[in-house]
Structure formats: C-alpha cells, structure tokens
Write a protein that binds this ligand. Structure first.
Ligand SMILES: [Ca+2]
Ligand SMILES: [Ca+2]
Length: 575
C-alpha cells in the first residue's frame, strides 16, 4: 500500500541486496527531470573511504549508501529515507541527510554537505511515517546522520583580508605572469580551514603555485588551495607563475588582457567579506618571435601497411624568423621520438615494428624561441596478412535513401582462418558480416540514410590481428532536379545582346551548391544562390548562330543532374 502510494507520488524504488523492510536506509528517488527512465540502485558504501562527518554527528547504524541510476536525469532530485529504528521524536528531528560532494578547495578531496529537507520545505521530515528527505543536484553517496553531541554554532569572528602584489602591468610573451597573493587574518579569532581560490581569465598555463604553507592544485581555469588554520595576526602567501599561451597564433598588437581574481574564506564569520577578494589585470603583448610551421608529408592519410611495419615519418618544418630546434613525432599521445634532419627543414623518423591496427601521427615543431606548431594528424593502419576487399556497393555508386543496402566483402588469410569480419561506415562500426558464400561476408545495412559514405571491411584472423580493406566511397542520395525557366526552347534572339538564363534547381533533402551553364558544350558561367530555387546567369554579347544550352546542378553531396538541352537561335542584328 505504501509502495503503491509512493509510486503515485513519483518515487522510483531502488533495488537493494537486503530484504529487511525495517532497515534505516534510502528507499526511493524522485527525479527533477527525466529524459530516459531507468532503474535505481542502492548499495552500501564503506564509510572508511569517506571523510569524517561534521562535528557532533555519527552515521546511523554506521552505514553509508551509494545511490546510482541507469535513468538519464537532471536537476535537483529528492531522496526519501526510512528510519524505522528511530523511536524518539527529538532524536528523529535532529537527524540529517549528508551527501558527499567535491571539496571546493581540493579537486581530489571530498566533503559532506547537509542536504536535508527541513520543516519549511516541500517534503519536511515526518515522524509518524519515520520518513526524512534529502535533496541534491545529482545522486551519489549519502548517510543518515545522527546528532550525538550538540556543537554550538561558532560565534568566532575572523576577518580575512586578501591582497596581491608583485605583478607587472604589462609584459611581452613568453615572459611569465607572476604575482603573490597574501591572506591575512585580522582576527579577532583564529581562522580555520582557510580556503583560497584564484580564477584566471585568459589563455595561460600554470607554471608554478607555491603556498607558504598548505597545498594548492589547479582546477580547470582556477587554482584552489587549502591553507589550514590562520591565527589572528598571521598571514600566508601564495606565489603564482603563469605562462601566457598564444598557441599557433599571436595576441593582438595592442595586447591581450589576462586577469586573475583571488579570494579566501574560513569557517568563521567574516565581518568584512568585501576585502576577501583581490584581482590584477596584466596586458600581455605578443611574442615578437613568430611560431614555426610544420607539415607531416608522409605517410599519407589513410595509408595501409602490412605489418609488422617500419614506417618512416617525414615532416617539413620552417621558421620565418629563426630556426627549428626540434621536430617531435607522436602516435596518439605517445612520443615516437625526435626527427633527424640534414638540412634543418626536413625531419624524418622511422618508427619500428608498429603494432597492428590504427595509428594517428602528428608532428610537433619547436623553434629556437620555444614556440610550437603541430601538423594535421594522419591516420594509418597496419594490417595483418589477410586479404580483404569490399565488393559491393561499387565505388561511386548512387543509392536511393531509405533502402536496405547489402554490403559484401571478400576476406581470406593464408592460414585459412578469418575469425570475424566487420563493416565500418566513415570509420564507425556498422555491424558484423556473416559468411554467405566462400570467403564472402555480407551485411544488410537497413534503411541507409542520405549522406556520403566510405565503407571499409576489417577482418580479424586466427590471432585477432586486424586487416582493413581499401575503403569504397559512395553516396546515398537522389539526383537533384534542374529545368530551364528561360529562355524557352527554340527561342530566338539578336546577336551582341545579353541573354538572361534562369533555371530552377532543387534537392528536396539537401540543397543546391552550384549550377553550371553550358552553351554548345562549353562552360559559360555558374550560379550559386542557396536562398531560392532559381539560379540565374546573364550570357553577355551572345554570338550569332544556333546554340544549344544546358545546365548542370550539383547538390550538397556533390551529386549532379543535367537538364534537358534547349536551343536558342541568334540572328545578326540589322544595323
Ligand atoms: Ca574580510
Ligand atoms: Ca620563430
């Protein structure tokens, strides 16, 4: 009955490994917004892995709970907790729900946050049903906390004051931006758990952050510090060095403003929060040293190798106002090493015995002033010894959208074993082929959608070594339509005048990129106007004679259609 009622109220019940219904535990979740329904899972979680609870509290029954869901949800969710074991109303009213949250001053740390819905809320604690609610952004790890010792709210006052010093108003990249943040406790009481944040607005990399005590860490575009306690009259300094990053470009000649904004807080009440923040702005002028440029010449993109392969990477690097100090080659995140050069311009490296499968190469050049450039990445594939090829569809085929497309590939291996064959569409797995004929694998691609595709087949041999085929490119789409509006067929005109040509061209599912106009087989002009379906061209000083006109329309996928031809008779002007 209660279960049914709660379901009506929108609560989703968790599955739990424990069967007893009289336990103190979370029993359901009411989501704020649901995008996709799913199951709630409530599991016990080891308190030993969590920070200590706030002073005066213990976890009821010494338990914590982890709540997860397979639903896709957002917003502030309400979690319902049953506490049947709590029989005294006074104890019940002092129960709190705490949830683990990220420590705002330590990206690797956690803190407990009180998420209890109290009397004034929409779901207050209810002693008669022994129910208490917590509300939080997202789910996570919770405890039902019981107060065992009253801790009077602190009356202590600590006036923190934050100042910054040492920063230059203007610098030139790549010089560092350096400054010192000072936090003073002006008392009258000691400040505890002093936290400091420093937010930086602008393209920089953190070089160093050194607090005179405590610890600091980078967090997104912030630095956050836990500085511990600060006695009245004491101060802590934090020295920061930032490197302005221009990337491959340059800051504007008038300079780029980079700002940081530091602030501090403690547990104690601060009578003057307005002096707890300080900021600086630095104008950073562009590095006079221009960045280098680098191009990865080989291997070619999408090149296939038969492994185990030694592959030579070659890049061209140049620096217009200096020299190249090094070119480093990467395979994904991993450095393959530095290239060698005889002329200081072409750099080469041979990567030995590269593993089977896909590799992603990038070359990074550094000039004599420390500036960088990185090449476009090149994807290559080291194949095993299988022979794999896509048989259908044919290259450059045009297939109508919405139809099922049969993909077929041929795969063999000297050992005779092909374990598996998969089809990839534009590099993404489409599905597994089934053996339909000797060495032939097919896959029925259901209702292929309009687009241009590159289909490859990838075979795994008996030792799971992959071999990928040369891709076959084709288009799923329809031809556009193109018809003449003017001139009409068999029209007549006078020489040395201009003839206005207009066609109607359309692609129902896409758009027309361009229409080319031909007279007597020669291109006389083009039009691209994506606003309307009418494409116009003025043929100037038309020569006398009988002309044949046609138009070819190209859609967004590059599929073309040629109009019917029309004739235009142009007579010599009577002068
Ligand atoms: Ca203050
Ligand atoms: Ca340079």
């Amino acid at each position: 009955m209660i279960v049914a009622l709660l379901a009506l109220l929108g609560f989703h019940h968790g599955t739990s490994s424990r069967a007893e219904s009289d336990q103190d535990r979370p029993v359901g979740v009411k989501y704020d917004r649901v995008f996709k329904t799913g199951d709630v899972k409530i599991e016990p979680f080891d308190l030993a892995n969590l920070p200590p609870l706030p002073a005066g509290y213990v976890a009821l029954n010494n338990k914590a709970f982890r709540i997860t869901t397979s639903a896709i949800v957002a917003g502030r969710h309400t979690v319902r907790f049953a506490v049947p074991s709590v029989t005294e109303e006074d104890t019940f009213q002092k129960l709190r729900i705490f949830r683990v949250d990220n420590d705002p001053f330590d990206p690797d740390g956690y803190v407990w946050v009180d998420v209890t819905l109290l009397q004034s809320s929409t779901a207050p604690p209810n002693f008669s049903t022994k129910t208490i609610y917590g509300q939080s952004e997202g789910l996570g790890t919770f405890v039902i906390a019981k107060l065992i010792r009253e801790v009077p709210p602190s009356a202590a006052i600590a006036d923190l004051v934050v100042t910054t010093s040492g920063v230059a108003d203007r610098i030139t990249a790549p010089d560092l931006i350096s400054y010192t943040i000072k936090v003073v406790n002006q008392g009258p009481n000691n400040a505890s758990d002093v936290g400091l944040w420093d937010g930086v607005a602008g393209p920089v990399n953190l070089v160093t952050v050194e607090p005179s005590r405590g610890s600091c860490k980078p967090k997104y575009s912030h630095i956050v510090c836990k500085l511990g306690s600060l006695r009245a009259g004491e101060s802590i300094t934090v020295s920061v060095k930032l490197k302005p990053e221009e990337g491959r470009g340059s800051f504007p000649r008038e300079g780029k403003e980079i700002t940081h904004d530091a602030g501090a807080k403690a547990v104690e009440k601060d009578p003057t929060p307005q002096n707890n923040e300080a900021s600086d702005t630095v104008l950073v002028f562009p590095d006079p040293n221009q960045p280098p440029t680098v191009t990865l010449n080989s291997p070619k993109d999408e090149a296939l190798f038969v492994g185990p392969a030694d592959i030579t990477l070659e890049a061209t690097a140049e620096d217009i106002d200096g020299s190249i100090s090094k070119v480093e080659f990467f395979d994904g995140e991993n450095s393959l090493g530095l290239g060698t050069s005889v002329d200081g311009k072409k750099f080469a490296l041979t990567a030995r015995r590269l593993s089977y499968g896909r590799h992603n190469f990038v070359a990074v050049a550094t000039d004599n002033g420390g500036r960088l450039d990185w090449s476009l990445s090149r994807q290559i594939f080291v194949n095993g010894l299988s022979l794999v090829s896509v048989k259908t569809p044919a290259a450059d085929a045009l297939i109508a959208p919405g139809l099922d497309v049969t993909l077929a590939a041929l795969a063999t291996h000297p050992s005779g074993v092909i374990k598996k064959l998969q089809f990839l569409a534009n590099g993404r797995l489409l599905g597994e082929g089934s053996l339909s004929d000797a060495n032939t694998y097919t896959f029925n691609w259901k209702a292929a959608r309009r687009g241009d595709y590159s289909i490859a087949a990838i075979a795994l041999d008996g030792s799971d070594t992959p071999t990928v085929s040369i891709p076959v490119k084709f288009i799923v789409g329809k031809r556009p339509e193109v018809t003449f509006i003017s001139p009409g067929d068999a029209a007549r005109g006078s020489a040395s005048t201009n003839v206005s040509i207009a066609v109607r061209a359309k692609q129902v599912e896409g758009w027309i990129r361009r229409v080319d106009f031909y007279a007597d087989g020669k291109l006389i002009g083009s039009a691209s106007d994506i606003v309307t379906e009418t494409f116009r061209f003025s043929w100037r000083n038309v020569p006398a004679g009988k002309h044949t006109l046609k138009a070819i329309a190209f859609d967004d996928l590059g599929v073309s259609e040629t109009s019917d031809s029309i004739t235009l008779s142009v007579e010599k002007a009577n002068d």
